[in-house]
Design a protein around this ligand. Structure first.
Ligand SMILES: [Zn+2]
Length: 359
């Protein structure tokens, strides 16, 4: 009996039996409370009509999926004038009406979907012994998000970014309340119109942290023209990283030569000296940098191919995607790098004027 008491179940349940099968565990439980109040006449009763069973998927137990088999009483209403003869009470704190899983398992699935999304989340639930399909995981996340949004206070700061309904195939937009750190909504696509409409029906948003996509800029501008658009920490770091790599690309030959001869710290100091020695060339050299780097990599790839290496081995060696290497060989050269002149973004303009960042 002490083992049964040690099961971590809601206080309203009494464990009657635990059946450990090969591939799952069944826990038979009853309700501790043996009285109820009629939902119509509000009169209490202890007279039980019958019992019926509800099977609820629960948190896994000892590495096996667990099922709660709850014996639920149906009560008689003893008030003569009440139109209701029998009734059952909801399993509050255990599951929702017509639910087929416990609330705590639903919570676990929600957190997994929130963190990993559909496909990866579904794979994780298999490892955790509480399997659920990717579609169901996403549907439940969406359902809870919509329920949470109803009747909540106005949101002031939101984050807007891509979200994969199905990675590589179908993308939507995720809207997060950055003050509560909670998902507010999942939009079906990444269109500016969709985001603009969403913002129009959610007034009061003052700050929008978004990624650099032009469609999001357009949607924010039309949907919430008075909101301040900022970039988040991740995108700031990505911008910085891209800029740093494009500068390093100018010195590809130097870097590759030095790395064969010196340790990393010496290489970094040498590169810094070289960059400082040619500040006036900065704009011009960055433009040709990527193409120059690709030419060097292409020559290395040709040499490896001549030595009999496979495309996969070549890609791994020079640090380029396999399909990129194949494309280079098909074309007979590495494609030249064409830098388009960037338009001045509203994001950059506002950040530079107000010095505001999120995150
Ligand atoms: Zn009644």
């Amino acid at each position: 009996m002490s083992r049964l008491r040690s099961l971590d179940l809601p206080r309203s349940l009494v464990v009657r039996r635990v059946v450990a099968l090969d591939n799952r565990v069944e826990i038979e439980v009853g309700l501790r409370k043996r009285s109820a109040v009629c939902p119509d006449c509000q009169c209490p009763t202890r007279r039980i009509h019958s019992f019926y069973q509800r099977k609820l998927a629960d948190l896994p137990w000892q590495g096996r999926p667990a099922t709660l088999i709850v014996s639920v009483p149906r009560f008689f209403c003893q008030t003569m004038l009440c139109p209701r003869r029998t009734f059952v009470t909801p399993l509050e704190g255990i599951t929702v009406r017509h639910g087929r899983q416990t609330t705590r398992l639903a919570d676990l699935h929600y957190y997994i979907a929130h963190t990993l999304g559909g496909s990866a989340g579904a794979r994780m639930t298999v490892r955790l012994c509480c399997p659920i399909s990717a579609d169901t995981l996403v549907r439940r996340l969406l359902s809870r998000v919509q329920n949470t949004t109803k009747g909540t206070a106005l949101t002031r700061v939101v984050g807007v970014d891509d979200w994969a309904w199905r990675r590589g195939h179908h993308y939507g937009t995720i809207v997060v309340d950055l003050e509560k750190n909670d998902v507010i909504d999942l939009l079906p696509d990444r269109d500016a119109d969709t985001l603009a409409r969403w913002l129009q029906v959610h007034p009061g948003i003052e700050i929008i942290a978004r990624d650099r996509a032009g469609t999001y800029a357009d949607g924010c501008r039309r949907g919430a023209p008075s909101a301040l658009q900022v970039t988040d920490r991740w995108h700031l770091l990505k911008n910085l990283s891209d800029a740093f790599v494009s500068i390093l690309d100018r010195f590809t030959t130097t870097v590759r030569t030095l790395t064969r001869q010196m340790n990393v710290s010496t290489v970094v100091s040498k590169i810094s000296e070289t960059i400082r020695a040619h500040p006036e060339e900065a704009q011009a050299v960055v433009r040709s940098a990527s193409g120059e780097r690709r030419d060097i990599l292409f020559k290395e790839a040709l040499a490896l191919k001549a030595a009999g290496h496979s495309i996969q081995a070549i890609a791994t060696t020079i640090g380029v995607e396999r399909k990129t290497v194949r494309r280079w060989f098909q074309r007979g050269h590495a494609p030249p790098w064409k830098r388009t002149v960037p338009s001045r973004s509203i994001l950059v303009a506002e950040i530079s004027q107000k010095g505001c960042t999120s995150g």
